[in-house]
Design a protein around this ligand. Structure first.
Ligand SMILES: Nc1ncnc2c1ncn2[C@@H]1O[C@H](COP(=O)(O)OP(=O)(O)O)[C@@H](O)[C@H]1O
Ligand SMILES: [Mg+2]
Length: 363
């Protein structure tokens, strides 16, 4: 079958940048052709963070939806212009949208992503596939994580037991069995970088702790670590997914209050690294994987990676190919699946009643 070109747009919970990729896709492969990380305007980031943390008006929600639609359009335009690519060569764009709230459990289960796909489609002239998560939620699923279906697709030639761990704002694991005939397992292990970013921003005004240098200067506070690890999320059985609505400043404040006052600031940062490393390694070790492939921005935090390796000395831990682009590639591929009206193999991961065609087309 012919190979087609798709764009994927991803902006995760970290609000650190808009990842845009151009991929060539067919039923057997998804090849990365180009990628850019388009800067996330700091003003918009601050507005979204305050909307998520507090209360907001319908007008603010509508404006955020518009502003994000414009931002994603600019990000796509930037990729097309910088590589001199004609929009007519792109079959479709898969746009994840910016998650504002993810609460897929209970009577009012929902997952909310903003970034008006109509704007992206009208301004680029390219059909857009968006609203991927809500049908899964309507089918009783978590609506997340979706990366495991893509990991299964692209890592299908690896003949070992592999866990793929994506460390974004949250962290998620995909477990791929050697013989490919077992159910796909994947779920959010808990927080990834979100608390690390929040703490260094609050204390030092930096958006993240480059290579974990600051955290490395601190000591683990085991009382705080143990208190955090007793959070029920870490012992919940899968399917499960999480977001900023849970792992946020208020959560850390509660944990600090429950511990004691006066933990040196750098020790808090160090302990948060251990929380991420431990909550990831605890899950990986449950599945006896031979290999762990790390991806997402957290895979660039050399100290965090060092800690993950130290907690799993018998497992081969390495950085996945295209580690930075895999999430945006997932949404390019999901657009391909939608355009070809193919169901996505996610029900074991999300807990949805059935596998289904995900996403709506805006053209
Ligand atoms: N060199 C680095 N050192 C430490 N942390 C890094 C580095 N590069 C990226 N990160 C972390 O990765 C995060 C972005 O990861 P990303 O996968 O884009 O997450 P999301 O999907 O939530 O947007 C940053 O906010 C930061 O915490
Ligand atoms: Mg990001």
């Amino acid at each position: 079958m012919a190979r087609e070109h798709y764009i994927g747009i991803m902006s995760g919970t970290s609000l650190d940048g808009v990842d845009v990729v151009l991929c060539e896709i067919d039923s057997h492969s998804c090849t990365l052709i180009h990628s850019i990380e388009y800067p996330f305007p700091s003003e918009l980031k601050a507005e979204l963070l305050s909307m998520i943390a507090g209360t907001c008006t319908l007008e603010e929600v509508g404006r955020a939806d518009h502003s994000l639609g414009v931002l994603f359009t600019e990000a796509v335009a930037s990729l097309l212009v910088s590589h001199n690519i004609d929009a007519s060569t792109i079959t479709a764009i898969g746009s994840h949208g910016q998650t504002l709230w993810h609460d897929p459990v209970g009577e009012y289960a929902f997952s909310m992503q903003l970034g008006d796909p109509n704007i992206i489609s009208v301004k680029t002239g390219i059909p857009v596939v968006a609203d991927f998560r809500r049908k899964d939620v309507a089918l009783g699923g978590q609506g997340a994580p979706f990366a495991p279906a893509f990991h299964e697709f692209i890592f299908n030639n690896i003949k070992s037991s592999v866990s793929v761990v994506n460390i974004g704002g949250m962290a998620n694991i995909t477990v791929l069995a050697k013989n490919n005939n077992e159910n796909l397992i994947g779920y959010d292990t808990g927080c990834g970088n979100v608390l690390l970013d929040m703490w260094i921003t609050k204390q030092k005004g930096l958006s993240y702790d480059i290579d974990g240098v600051w955290s490395k200067s601190g000591k683990i506070n085991y009382t705080l670590l143990d208190t955090m690890m007793t959070d029920e999320y870490f012992s919940l059985p899968y399917p499960k997914s999480t977001g900023r609505e849970k792992f946020n400043e208020a959560w850390l404040d509660d944990m600090l209050k429950a511990t004691n006052k006066g933990i040196p600031l750098q020790d808090v940062q160090r302990t948060l690294v251990e929380l991420t490393a431990l909550s990831i390694s605890n899950e990986v070790l449950k599945f006896n994987s031979d290999i762990v492939l790390l991806c997402g921005g957290g895979a660039k935090n050399t100290f965090l990676v060092e800690r993950i390796k130290a907690l799993m000395p018998n497992v081969e831990v390495s950085i996945a190919q295209n580690a930075d682009e895999l999430e945006a590639m997932t949404f390019a591929w999901l657009a391909y699946k939608r355009i070809h009206k193919e169901k996505v193999n996610l029900k074991e991961v999300t807990g949805a009643k059935e596998n289904t065609i995900l996403g709506a087309i805006y053209a």
